[in-house]
Design a protein around this ligand. Sequence first.
Ligand code: A2P
Length: 283
Amino acid sequence: MPTIASGFKLSNGVRIPCIGFGTWQIPDDDELVAHIRDAIEIGYRHIDTAHIYGNERGVGRAVRTCGLPREKLFVTSKLWNTDRGYDGTIAAFNRTLETLGLDYLDLYLIHWPAARGEPMTWQSINSGTWRAMEDLYKSGCVRAIGVSNFLVHHLVPLLARATIAPMVNQIEFHPGYMQRPTVEFCMKRGIQIEAWSPLGRGALIAHPVLKEIAAAHGVTSAQAALRWCLQHGAAALPKSLNHERRVQNADLFGFSLTEEEMQRLDNLPQTGFSGLDPDHVTF
Ligand code: A2P
């Protein structure tokens, strides 16, 4: 019987637990540590943070004090936009490790493909950033490297210059915002999709189609949305500050969606989109 700790296999053979605990917008305090420790007790083995979330210190504390050996957990962080370029990336990675209080990361991602004020230079900046990511990977201090919010036209130039292809692309992915061209491109090239905001930041919960499909299986809308991600081969990073909902979001293996249900969810009109278009993010 699979669990949320069961992994998808990345192109380099590393396994990534299929459900991760998202920590965006959770402040860096004792409560964060308690939420993560509770998630780990429930069975979560994958914790997702980023430098810009401002909570790496608490994430690291939870990982170091949860009682599990470090190698049982999968920890991701992300490089912020203002740290890009070769030297900036190496320095930012080292700061992240220090803040987490860990001696390696499982996954490090470039958070966004292009930053404000770089309309002409983002390709070469990404290329320098990616060279640093490759060097970090080769040095053994990170088990897998990847990108986040990269669309096809961001991936093509990066892949053209890369000697190691990204293993992961973490994007917004949920019923109502499936980003089919990016997903298909990544799947063809063995780049694992990770879904951020798999519940559309909660906006999907009340959607009538999702509710109807969930009810047919005796599960909640959240469970149906997460199951949809998994059946598409995407790892998902739901976030909840509530114990019962965390338990629910981990209980995904007693049912499966039919082909017809998958297609109905694939074809939902745009719902729950964050509004964050990687070509136009202004931070
Ligand atoms: P809460 O923290 O009160 O549980 P996403 O992961 O797509 O960004 O969505 C996060 C939002 O979805 C949060 O507001 C969270 O609220 C809510 N949420 C998470 N899990 C569930 C669930 N199982 N049922 C309903 N709402 C959920």
